[in-house]
Design a protein around this ligand. Structure first.
Ligand SMILES: Cc1cc2nc3c(=O)[nH]c(=O)nc-3n(C[C@H](O)[C@H](O)[C@H](O)COP(=O)(O)O)c2cc1C
Length: 191
């Protein structure tokens, strides 16, 4: 039997990614985000949502430069990513604290975090205020990936990236599970 439970923001599975941008003085900001998803194929784009009521420093920086990167952490980065989500750049040089290195991205004026094996470089193409959050859509203008997570066709191998998964209901981190099938095939039998 189904029961009604408390209304809560949710999406399954949710990622834990890290958005990064430079502030007015050129310092690198970064914060952890679960509100992040792909949202357009042409052009390729991602959407992130940052709480605008709580004075996130990374939000201010993204709105200032209109450019940002999104890094896709692996499960091994869990503690560092958690810290980037519980401390504000107003209080600390967070990337230095977790010993993460960064450099200016190739196609945008935003920091790429070296430790993440995959990062996308984005230019802001749309901003919308939705409830408590500012939704920022970024056109992906470049993707950087470590060779170690690529196959021989330069495609990202999910298992090698081992992306960090987040559950907002229980505030927990998970590792992704194993592949169960190819997509666009198992449904063919119902056609
Ligand atoms: C797992 C996790 C997911 C988070 N997701 C979001 C999110 O989607 N949007 C948001 O505004 N804050 C989110 N946060 C909180 C911010 O990362 C946090 O407030 C951070 O300290 C902001 O840093 P800043 O002020 O340096 O930008 C999340 C934190 C954690 C730990």
């Amino acid at each position: 039997m189904k029961v009604n439970i408390k209304n809560h923001t949710m999406m399954y599975p949710a990622p834990a990614v890290v958005a990064s941008a430079y502030d007015e003085d050129g310092n690198a900001d970064a914060c952890t985000l679960a509100f992040a998803t792909m949202c357009s194929h042409h052009p390729p784009a991602v959407m992130i949502a940052i709480n605008s009521t709580l004075k996130r420093k990374t939000l201010k920086s993204i709105l200032h430069t209109k450019e940002f990167c999104v890094g896709f952490p692996s499960a091994e980065h869990m503690a560092e990513v958690d810290y980037l989500g519980i401390e504000t750049g107003y209080n600390a040089d967070k990337l230095a604290k977790v010993n993460f290195n960064h450099h200016k991205a190739e196609k945008v004026n935003a920091p790429i975090i070296d430790e993440f094996k995959v990062s996308v470089e984005c230019k802001v193409m749309h901003i919308a205020e939705v409830g408590s959050h500012t939704q920022i859509t970024g056109e992906i203008v470049n993707v950087q990936a470590e060779e170690e997570v690529l196959d021989d066709k330069n495609k990202i191998v999910f298992e090698k990236l081992d992306p960090l998964v987040y559950d907002d209901i229980t505030h927990s981190y998970f590792k992704a599970g194993e592949k169960i099938d190819d997509a666009f095939k198992p449904g063919i039998k119902f056609r």
